[in-house]
Write a protein that binds this ligand. Sequence first.
Ligand SMILES: C[S@@+](CC[C@H](N)C(=O)[O-])C[C@H]1O[C@@H](n2cnc3c(N)ncnc32)[C@H](O)[C@@H]1O
Length: 261
Amino acid sequence: MSRKLVPLLPSHDRYIEVFAGGLSMFFRKHRARWNVLNDIDNNIINLYISVIERYDELIDKLFWIPKSRKLFLNFREEIKEGKEFEIPDPYQAAKYLYCIRFSFNKMIHTPFSMNKDMKKAYDEEFRYSRAKIGGATIENLDFEDLINRYKPAEGDLWYLDPPYFVATDRKDYYMNSFSIEDHYRLKECVDMIDENGGQFMVSYDHRPEVEELYKEYDIRTINIHYSGATGEARKKERKEYVIINYAPISQIGLFKSKEVT
Ligand SMILES: C[S@@+](CC[C@H](N)C(=O)[O-])C[C@H]1O[C@@H](n2cnc3c(N)ncnc32)[C@H](O)[C@@H]1O
């Protein structure tokens, strides 16, 4: 999806990615003068900080963890239990990445997938990531605390890709649950960005709740293929909403929601 969204980003001095996850937008776009990357999940943040700070140890750990269902299940249990650790902890980062890479569909709650090779070109991939994330400010906050701390202002671009309503329904997509109240709380934060002159882009699932909640903003529909999905699912095109408060220069791939047939 980020491939379609990057051309629609406005110019900005400060870029804040509120729900970092796999950072697909940040990795695809150009770096702003100031970049802030945030996620509430301490395993995600530990992975990024370990890539920057403890690079060699992380690569070494990853290379030598044997491929094993037993290990996968043990690590996953540990992560789910929320065992405490200090950041950066490269071994914890390696275990976390191991669970994601060996999970079916790269989702931590899905079963062990035997057919993946962990020993591929990590070094090359991580060198690129390290160079790109290095210099960014990395936060491990709830979205509301982040927005209060970084006071939205003109020249900002806030990109928000929250857990979707479907994740709220299912409850097991992410380590941190996201309630209906959180979706409403998020809307108030988005309003605050707007009131303070910041630009924002929110991506969301194509659901009536989203259309209703964000009706005063510019809501567009985007057609996408999910890259992580299985063969059958990949063939189907899905729709998602993109909500913005600025006029995009490029219109490629975007439709006013009412115009979609
Ligand atoms: C849809 S994913 C983001 C995906 C991301 N755009 C990517 O490229 O992979 C949502 C992310 O929000 C994080 N999250 C959930 N609740 C949060 C909260 N209250 N504050 C900040 N981040 C939160 C999750 O840990 C998850 O990584």
